[in-house]
Design a protein around this ligand. Structure first.
Ligand code: MN
Length: 324
């Protein structure tokens, strides 16, 4: 990765300023990696800003709001203020996302033409083109992990607060070090621990509201298991996001004997999503491919147009029978 880090620093140093942006509805991984990059750039004396679409921290989820309020950064920029700050030599650093429509503020692409993308998701067809650098590695647990390697390379230690937030970011993206976790992920966590990551603070950040917890529990109540090891959860109510579907699929994987899980829900009026997870011995990518999607062996998804949850559930059963 040294070559990559070299190139990144080169790009950042040869531009006038860096604007950092992650995906909309940022989670702890998106926000911790944004703050971490900002921290590293400031240490390198590179002018940088974190772009937020909403001015009030409390319009974000409570854990992200807490982080924003406690981070003590004063380099946030907003849709109403950013045009006064950027110039032709500004570079946009996009983290934890690579599609325009998923950006915190998609219009930014029309104003800042120089773009760097750093992501760890499965590459989609609608990725942002014409970039100075495009780095996507779906074997990486999280952007927080990436920022640990970047800091190690630069020989910079994060503050205790940032190290704790980054550790929470890794934990969220790996569902508590169970998914997408490699030896490197643990090494990154150890590195954060040695920088002083505080597990009490991290636990506080990972807390969720009772309503969120119960909403997920209600969905899981309606799931069922077939073949003794496959959990399927068709959601009766429309879900808010693909992320919520993913969270449900990941939660199902915690259940006894379950080796693969599928959460099916209505995403938009004409779109049904399936999020699939596996502990490794069932290839959910293969299953999602047959339903028009894709991904990895342990982590895959599909979106179906003009289908209902019930129909999608039937299609999934058919595919599972075929593959048996
Ligand atoms: Mn992430």
């Amino acid at each position: 990765m040294d070559n990559l880090f070299n190139k990144l620093i080169d790009i950042f140093k040869t531009h006038s300023k860096v604007v950092i942006m992650a995906h909309h509805d940022p989670d702890l991984d998106a926000i911790s990696s944004s703050l971490a990059l900002s921290y590293l750039l400031s240490k390198l004396d590179i002018e940088n800003y974190i772009f937020l679409s909403k001015k009030r921290a409390d319009s974000y989820t409570s854990s992200v709001a807490q982080v924003l309020m406690r981070a003590n950064n004063n380099n946030y920029i907003y849709p109403s203020t950013y045009k006064e700050i950027i110039d032709d030599e500004t570079v946009l650093a996009i983290l934890d996302v690579h599609q325009k429509e998923r950006l915190e503020y998609p219009n930014i692409i029309n104003t800042i033409k120089k773009v760097v993308i750093l992501d760890h998701h499965i590459k989609s067809n609608s990725y942002i083109r014409d970039t100075e650098l495009f780095y996507i590695d779906s074997t990486l647990s999280s952007m927080a992990e990436f920022m640990v390697w970047f800091a190690n390379y630069l020989n910079i230690n994060y503050s205790i607060f940032l190290a704790s937030v980054l550790l929470a970011g890794v934990e969220v993206d790996t569902n508590g070090f169970t998914l997408k976790t490699t030896e490197k992920t643990f090494t990154a966590a150890a590195s954060l621990a040695s920088m002083g990551a505080d597990s009490v603070l991290k636990q506080e950040l990972l807390k969720e509201s009772k309503d969120t917890y119960l909403r997920r529990a209600d969905f899981i109540r309606s799931s069922y298991v077939i073949n003794k090891n496959i959990a399927i959860c068709p959601l009766s109510e429309p879900v808010s996001t693909k992320e919520e579907l993913a969270e449900i699929a990941e939660e199902l994987l915690k259940l006894e004997y379950v080796e693969a899980s599928f959460a099916i829900g209505q995403l938009k009026r004409n779109e049904v999503g399936i999020s699939a997870r596996s502990i490794g011995n069932i290839n959910v990518c293969e299953i999602m491919k047959r339903l028009g999607g894709g991904g990895h062996i342990t982590n895959a998804a599909s979106q179906l147009n003009n289908s209902t949850v019930k129909e999608t559930e039937r299609k999934l059963h058919k595919v599972l029978e075929e593959l048996e």
